[in-house]
Design a protein around this ligand. Sequence first.
Ligand code: DCP
Ligand code: MG
Length: 379
Amino acid sequence: QGNEAEVAAFSVPSYACQRRTTLENHNTVLTDALSLLAENAELSEEDGRGVAFRRAAAVLKALPKPVASMTQLRGLPCLGEHSLRVIKDILENGASSEVESTKQSERYKALKVLTGIFGVGARTADRWIRDGIHNLRQLQDSGPTLNRAQQAGLEHYDDLNQPVSKSDADAIGEVVEKAVVSVLPGAHMTLIGGFRRGKLTGHDVDFLITHPEEGREVGLMPKLVSWLESQGFLLYQKTTRNSYLESKDGPARPASNMDRFERCFSIFKLTKEEKRGTKHPETLTENGTKPAGHKPWRAVRVDLVVSPISQFAFALLGWTGSKLFERELRRWAGHEKSMSLSSHALYDNRQSKYLRATSEEEIFAHLGLEFVPPSERNA
Ligand code: DCP
Ligand code: MG
């Protein structure tokens, strides 16, 4: 105890994309606390504060061992006054009074319950709370108009608030893969999001689909969705067009890219048959020990993204996450390299040109960053 190695200050580079952040976190008590304050800020539409807490939590996730004293934090980036106060409170008192009171607050609890409905964001939840709606019962009783997404979200509330396991993700992957190759032979699907980073559970399952021949992916999404719908796999779906050209902050792209990048937000019906694979039909029979009303399927949020092969590396990098890692990559590109990075392209403002890439490795090289594999992007 108290030897030099233990009191030595940690050293961490300031951008999350310069760090290797695995799922092994030695400071979960501290990072859970800061993440809760980040979430509360985001739910209150205070994004600046939210990012500050996320960055502070990410720095602690990258430390090689538990923080034992405040002196070890000297010189670490992204730890503002507020985050340091929370950390100090936990190190000295075992808990943060701010975190505890936030957790207990009626407003936080209501925001959590209401935004737990698929299709309900912070703004809608806030409006409902001001109308006296704090829980699902009050929501059903006072009956504000719900859109199609929110109706589906409410209907599948319990399922969608259960974590999705990797084996569920793989079972859905098999179905989506089958759908993809049936509607477009040669097309290819990749698991993205948290599961690509090695997480064992997630709030949804994300897939990226492309075709090795540029342009062949056009029109794929509607066909894929029709196939899945015809087989009864979709409880809800909404497909959005590529909004890249319409965005004000990205450089303009040739009009030919207009319809090539699409996203489908869906609620997938995962049956026992898919979960277990069809190889053991005898396991499909109900054994009678299940609680009454137990249904032989669960609802899972699934996001599908289609990208042309020319943008595939950017889409893969942009959809693998974590959200903070992505944000930090874009901040690094802009602030340190005068480049703009999106899930579609990398633009070099100094050379006034797009930088091509066919792999994630090439994008990191363009950005002057060491390659960080997906399993180390868990910032
Ligand atoms: N993404 C992003 N910014 C957003 C939405 C998504 O950068 N506003 C990217 C990064 C995410 C990926 O897309 O990792 C998938 O989004 P999810 O919300 O599904 O996040 P994860 O898959 O990382 O987490 P979870 O395990 O909760 O699904
Ligand atoms: Mg996900």
